[in-house]
Design a protein. Structure first.
Length: 447
C-alpha cells in the first residue's frame, strides 16, 4: 500500500512540475504554486520511501544531508543564507522529474522477455562488443536525451533493475553521457553559458568541444575494454530493434525542443516518456484505474530519490558558503585567464563537485569574479572552460546524476566508481589541456 501511495504522489508531482515548467513564461505565479505543490508531493513521498530503503542508503542520505544542514546553518548564522529553503525544496525537482518520467519507458513492450519477466539474452551484447555498444549508444542518445539516456541504456543492461550492473558497465554509461556536455546545445550547460556570457560564440566553442568529446569517447572505450572482461559483462546492443525506440524518442524530443525553444529538454522529455509508455503499453482487459495503478507502480526510484534529496541539501549549503566567500584570490595568482587558469577552473569544479557542489553553483559563484578580475577575457574561451569543467567533473564526481543512478538504481558501490574514476581523471585532464592550448593558438589568445 505504501509503495502505491508514494507512486501516486510522484505521479502527481510529475504532472504538477511539468505543468509548472511549461507555464513559467506565461503565468509565473501559477507556475510557482504548481512547482511548490509538486515539490511537496516529492518530500511527502520521501517520508514513505525513507522507511523502506536499505540501512546503508538511509545512513548515506542522513550523512550527506547532515553536512549540508551544517553548512546552511553557518551561512544563515553569518547572514548569507537568503533563499536556502526554496533552494533545498525546489532545487532538485527538475532532475527528479526526469528520473520519474523515464520510468514510464519500462511499460513499453520493446523487447522479448522470458516467462519470469526478464529480457532474453539476445537483447544485450557481451564482452568488448558490449562495451563498444554502450559507449556509442550512450554518446548518441545522451547528446539529446541527457541523463534519460543513462536510464534507458541501464535498464536494458540490468533487466529493468533485476540485475546489478558491474562497475565497468555503469561507468561507461556515465562517462559517455558527459562527453556530450562538452558540446551538445541540448545540455543545460550550454544554455547557461549563452545566458551568462552574451558575447560567447557557439561556432567557436562547439568544434573544440565536439573534438574533445570524440577524444574522450575513445578514452571511454579504451578504459572500459582494458583488462580482463568476464563473459557475463553486458553492454547495449547496436541493433535496429534496440535503437528504434530511443532514437525515435530522441527525434521527438529534438523536434519538441526545436518547436518550443524556451522549454527545457527535461520538460519535453517529461511529457514524451510518460505518454509513450501509457499509450503503447499492453492494456488489454485493463480499466482506467488499472492503468493509473500500473503507471504509479512503474515509478521505482527509491534509492536514487533519497540520495538525490540528500545531495540537494549538501549542494545548497555548499553553494551558500561558496557564494558568500568566492575565490577572489584568483587575481593575485594569475595575470590573465589562459590555459593555466582554465585548467585550474576545471580542477576546482571537479573538486567541488566531488564534495556535492553542483557545477551551476560553482559557475554562478566564480564567473562574476573572473569577469571582474580579468575584464579582457574571451567569453567564448571562458565558456569553453566551464563546459569542459562540467563534463570532467560530471564524469568523475560520485554525486553527479549519472553516478548517483549507478549507485541508487543499479546497485554499484560509490567507492568502486570513485576508485575507477581516479584512473580515468588524468587522461581527461590531459585531453582538456590539449583542447585549451589548441583553442588559444587557433584564435591567437595568450596561453
Amino acid at each position: 500500500m505504501l509503495r502505491v501511495a508514494d507512486g501516486v504522489l510522484l505521479l502527481v508531482f510529475m504532472v504538477l512540475q511539468a505543468a509548472g515548467i511549461y507555464l513559467r513564461n506565461y503565468f509565473p505565479d501559477l507556475s510557482l504554486v504548481l512547482r511548490w505543490a509538486g515539490a511537496a508531493c516529492v518530500w511527502a513521498a520521501a517520508v514513505f520511501i525513507f522507511r523502506r530503503v536499505s540501512r546503508s542508503v538511509r545512513h548515506q542520505t542522513l550523512t550527506i544531508a547532515g553536512v549540508g544542514a551544517v553548512l546552511i546553518a553557518v551561512a544563515v548564522a553569518t547572514g548569507n543564507g537568503e533563499g536556502w529553503f526554496s533552494g533545498v525544496v525546489l532545487g532538485p525537482m527538475n532532475m527528479i522529474l526526469l528520473f520519474v518520467s523515464v520510468c514510464f519507458l519500462r511499460l513499453l513492450p520493446h523487447s522479448k522477455k522470458n516467462s519470469d519477466g526478464t529480457r532474453v539474452d539476445s537483447s544485450v551484447w557481451y564482452g568488448r562488443k558490449g562495451m563498444f555498444g554502450s559507449t556509442v549508444a550512450g554518446a548518441l542518445l545522451s547528446s539529446v536525451l541527457n541523463v534519460a539516456a543513462v536510464i534507458i541504456l541501464g535498464d536494458r543492461i540490468s533487466d529493468d533493475g533485476k540485475r546489478k550492473l558491474t562497475p565497468r558497465e555503469a561507468v561507461i554509461l556515465a562517462r559517455s553521457l558527459y562527453t556530450s556536455t562538452f558540446w551538445s546545445p541540448f545540455f543545460v550547460a550550454t544554455t547557461v553559458m549563452m545566458t551568462l556570457f552574451p558575447d560567447m560564440e557557439l561556432a567557436h566553442t562547439l568544434p573544440f568541444g565536439l573534438g574533445l568529446g570524440l577524444v574522450c569517447l575513445i578514452l571511454v572505450y579504451v578504459y572500459s575494454a582494458a583488462g580482463k572482461i568476464s563473459d557475463g559483462e553486458r553492454g547495449y546492443p547496436l541493433t535496429f530493434m534496440s535503437l528504434v525506440m530511443p532514437v525515435t524518442l530522441m527525434i521527438i524530443v529534438f523536434a519538441g525542443h526545436f518547436l518550443l525553444p524556451k522549454i527545457p529538454v527535461v520538460a519535453v522529455t517529461a511529457v514524451v516518456c510518460p505518454l509513450a509508455g501509457l499509450l503503447l503499453m499492453p492494456k488489454k482487459g485493463m480499466t482506467a484505474g488499472d492503468v493509473v495503478k500500473k503507471g504509479a507502480g512503474c515509478i521505482q526510484i527509491d534509492n536514487v530519490l533519497m540520495l538525490y534529496l540528500g545531495v540537494a541539501v549538501l549542494a545548497e549549503g555548499a553553494g551558500l558558503v561558496l557564494r558568500a566567500w568566492p575565490p577572489v584570490f584568483i587575481g593575485d595568482l594569475l595575470s590573465h585567464y589562459g590555459v593555466v587558469a582554465a585548467m585550474l577552473m576545471v580542477m576546482l569544479m571537479t573538486a567541488l563537485s566531488s564534495l556535492g557542489v553542483h557545477q551551476l553553483i560553482t559557475i554562478s559563484a566564480t564567473a562574476p569574479v573572473i569577469l571582474t578580475v580579468f575584464p579582457e577575457v574571451s567569453h567564448s574561451f571562458l565558456a569553453l572552460s566551464y563546459l569542459t569543467g562540467w563534463g570532467v567533473s560530471g564524469a568523475f564526481s560520485p554525486f553527479s546524476a549519472a553516478n548517483l543512478l549507478a549507485t541508487g538504481r543499479y546497485g554499484v558501490e560509490a567507492g568502486m566508481i570513485f576508485r575507477s574514476n581516479l584512473l580515468y581523471l588524468p587522461a581527461l585532464l590531459i585531453a582538456a589541456a590539449a583542447e585549451f592550448i589548441l583553442y588559444c593558438m587557433y584564435f591567437g589568445l595568450p596561453l
